[in-house]
Design a protein around this ligand. Structure first.
Ligand code: ASP
Ligand code: MG
Length: 456
């Protein structure tokens, strides 16, 4: 059994769906379970609708609902042209979801308030729609697809917009709901990203880009042989090709390396995707659905040891510095400090310390104000926004001194605000000004990958 996840572009139009169907048809013997994202751009649209409605712009919100409805219905018609009865059925089913969306928008407009819970109710529609559409399209291509409501399988806690999956409940539900479909020789198709809260059944989401994570959770729950993430790039590359055009495909990469890269800016994979797969030792493939003949990237335990596997970068990072003479020679300071971040549900990415100061970076600054109030009790606090992180990742990075020296000399005169090397030596992280992320990535990539062959 394998899990195949398709992104929004793999279901974007009739041609893309035909390719997706062909990919699944080829894998029939391996008993595929399909997880799908919303149509490209649909989630952004849905979130805009929610915001507009809550702000009192009901007319705009409702016309956006109609725009999205038209797009899905046009897609349905194009896909099911040869089967008008099925087309009308599906159009009816999708349309009632859009009626529900319009009703939600009206309710938000009346309330004038947007809660995380209502955001999830709205955001989840993208995957509810795309999964129904994909089932119909697969059936059209002769595949025995069966729709599974992801909310019955993906059981989470009730932290709306960033719900935490509950692996035991998911395993139980997947065995009960998904397995019988597989055993009957059929193909379960479910939306990614969405779930429901344990106990209440209220709709939740796993956070933006969470469909990859859904696929990996389902794979782990059913001990799949492999998890395939089908996307619109050839696999994981040595850098983001929009920043470094000469970036190359990585054919094999370690779980730990891939997970560092995903967390530090490689957008091809949601950062949480790796953890469930690692726990069960399930290989993860990243593949290009518009070039299915490509080799893709295999993420596995068994990867070559290289000084540098890839360079990742991201901007929009906030640097928080706490300076406190009290820290000197005291025990438990770090614990107190980190507890503040925990209390404010803010996760820390990079840490560096000196005798009397600690610097950390955070991605999500939405709780920063309250966080700073509490941090001030511990020392002087400085906040630097618009920083960026560049990560040099390789499982053999600290095998010798050469890679490190090369990295630092490549960064050259770019101003470095913070530097951190994990003790496992797999990730050298450099904090720079936000606008220096791309130049830093280009310099580093050139230093490590410009000569033919493998990174040195
Ligand atoms: N549709 C969701 C999003 O855009 C989840 C995903 O695509 O993975 O964030
Ligand atoms: Mg994605």
């Amino acid at each position: 059994m394998i899990v195949c996840k398709f992104g929004g572009t793999s279901v974007g139009d009739a041609e893309a769906i035909a390719r997706t169907a062909a990919i699944i048809a080829k894998r029939r013997e391996r008993q595929p379970i399909v997880v799908v994202s919303a149509l490209g751009g649909a989630t952004n649209k849905l979130l805009q609708i929610a915001e507009q409605a809550a702000k009192g712009q009901l007319i705009g919100a409702l016309s956006a609902v109609e725009g999205l409805r038209d797009r899905h219905l046009a897609q349905t018609e194009a896909l099911l042209r040869a089967d008008p009865a099925a087309s009308a059925d599906i159009a009816g089913e999708l349309s009632s979801m859009f009626d529900e969306l319009a009703a939600l928008a009206e309710a938000l407009n009346t309330l004038g308030d947007l809660t995380p819970r209502s955001l999830d109710a709205i955001a989840s529609l993208g995957e509810q729609l795309s999964s129904v559409l994909l089932v119909a399209a697969f059936q059209r291509h002769g595949l025995p697809a069966v729709h599974v409501d992801a909310r019955q399988v993906m059981i989470t806690d009730s932290q709306f917009t960033r719900a935490e999956p509950q692996p035991d409940a998911i395993a139980e539900a997947a065995q009960r709901i998904v397995m019988p479909i597989v055993r009957a020789g059929k193909i379960p198709v479910m939306g990614g990203f969405i779930g429901s809260a344990q106990g209440t059944g209220v709709t939740t989401t796993l956070g933006r880009g969470g469909s990859d994570y859904s696929a990996s959770l389902v794979g782990a729950a059913l001990q799949a042989e492999a998890i395939e993430i089908w996307t619109d790039v050839d696999g994981m590359l040595t850098a983001d090709p929009r920043v470094v055009p000469e970036a190359r495909l990585i054919e094999r990469i370690g779980f730990d390396e891939a997970s560092e890269l995903a967390s530090f800016g490689a957008k091809v994979l949601h950062p949480n995707t790796i953890a469930p797969a690692v726990m069960r030792g399930i290989p993860v493939w990243v593949l290009n659905s518009s070039r299915p003949q490509g080799t893709g990237t295999l993420i596995t335990f068994d990867s070559p040891r290289r000084a540098v596997t890839a360079i990742a970068g991201k901007s929009g990072v906030t640097l928080v510095k706490v300076r406190s003479p009290r820290m000197l020679l005291t025990e438990g300071f770090m614990r107190t400090l980190f507890e503040v971040f925990e209390r404010h549900h803010t996760s820390i990415d990079v840490v560096a310390t000196s005798e009397v100061s600690v610097s950390v970076t955070i991605d999500d600054a939405s709780r920063l104000e309250a966080l700073v109030v509490d941090l001030r009790a511990l020392g002087d606090v400085t906040i630097e926004r618009n920083r960026g992180i560049v990560s040099i990742v390789g499982n053999g990075l600290s095998d010798g001194g050469i890679a490190m020296a090369k990295a630092l000399s490549a960064i050259g005169d770019l101003r470095v605000h913070m530097l951190s090397l994990s003790s496992s030596g797999i990730n050298l992280t450099v904090v720079v000004d936000g606008e220096q992320v791309n130049p830093a990535m280009q310099r580093l990539h050139k230093a490590f990958f410009s000569t033919d062959g493998v990174a040195s």
